[in-house]
Design a protein around this ligand. Structure first.
Ligand code: SAM
Length: 274
């Protein structure tokens, strides 16, 4: 695990010459904080895997349902949203307006736009930091001034951990954050997985991941359900478990469509620390 600042680690400026995960996600969600290089990379991925945009939307819709569940059914009014992205739409402080919220991301534009829209919100802020350096988030003055770790709290990892490469030991990094939580707190996360992709679909997804990883600053690593389950070590996983995102506490009347490929490519769930 990295513990020293280097070129590979630490908060980043927003480089218009190189596509980034934050700006591509913004583009996929209909935002305007992206450069031509991001749009070109996103379109390249969509040509190989046309379901990529739908996956980003499913992810964001899950975030709304997960935060709503935590705030209204679990009494959580504090959130640390890690790898929060550009606040294009449906952000935690909007879903749970009474909550205290700290956003953290290493992409400069995500933090700048975040601070802009939070200017009138004394109990919400945004930190420019690298997730792989946990103390720079957990012990940041903005975090300790905004969040009370003695009160109920949830950490959100929405479409984020798959950007921590195996060489950086994501399970160990994740444990550093999870260890700051106490019984009764929650983690909520989503992760790209090939678990449900076989045959032609798997080949198509792998080709689109190659295209993504070849053109974007970050590397996206899909993981097995078994590994994703390990992130929930020390928690009780809330029903319905770790499932395709649209199936997680779906809105009434929702019927899963077996032909919906975007649906099964990203899974997620919520765990309660025991
Ligand atoms: C796909 S976006 C997801 C954004 C948002 N959480 C969502 O669900 O829509 C992934 C985010 O993780 C951030 N990210 C990736 N690696 C990071 C790291 N090492 N430290 C901090 N943020 C990181 C990116 O900048 C990007 O904003």
């Amino acid at each position: 695990m990295p513990d020293e600042q280097s070129d590979r680690y630490g908060p980043r400026r927003s480089d218009p010459g190189h596509a980034s995960a934050a700006r591509i996600n913004d583009y996929m969600l209909g935002g305007s904080y992206n450069y031509p290089v991001d749009r070109a990379a996103a379109e390249g991925v969509k040509q190989i895997f046309p379901y990529a945009q739908e996956m980003a939307r499913y992810n964001r819709q899950w975030l709304t349902r997960a935060v709503t569940y935590l705030a209204s059914e679990c009494g959580v009014h504090q959130f640390l949203d890690i790898g929060s992205g550009i606040p294009t739409q449906g952000n935690v402080h909007q879903i749970a307006p009474d909550a205290r919220v700290v956003y953290a991301d290493y992409e400069r534009v995500a933090v700048d736009i975040g601070l802009d829209i939070l200017v009138d919100r004394p109990y919400a802020t945004s930190i420019h930091a690298d997730v792989r350096q946990p103390d720079t988030i957990l012990d940041a003055p903005a975090t300790v001034d905004t969040l009370d770790f003695d009160q109920p709290m949830a950490m959100i990892w929405s479409s984020m951990i798959h950007f921590i490469e195996d060489q950086d030991e994501p399970l160990k990094i994740f444990a550093r954050y999870r260890d700051r939580l106490k019984p009764g707190d929650y983690i909520a996360l989503t992760h790209v997985s090939l678990h449900f992709a076989t045959g032609d679909l798997e080949r198509q997804v792998r080709a689109s991941l190659d295209a993504y990883n070849g053109s974007v600053a970050e590397t996206l690593t899909p993981r097995t359900l078994e590994t994703i389950n390990q992130l929930f070590t020390g928690t009780t996983i809330i029903d319905p478990g770790i499932v395709p995102l649209p199936d997680w506490r779906a809105d009434p009347g929702y019927e899963p469509d077996p032909g919906d490929i975007a649906r099964v490519m990203i899974v997620g769930g919520v765990g309660r620390i025991v």
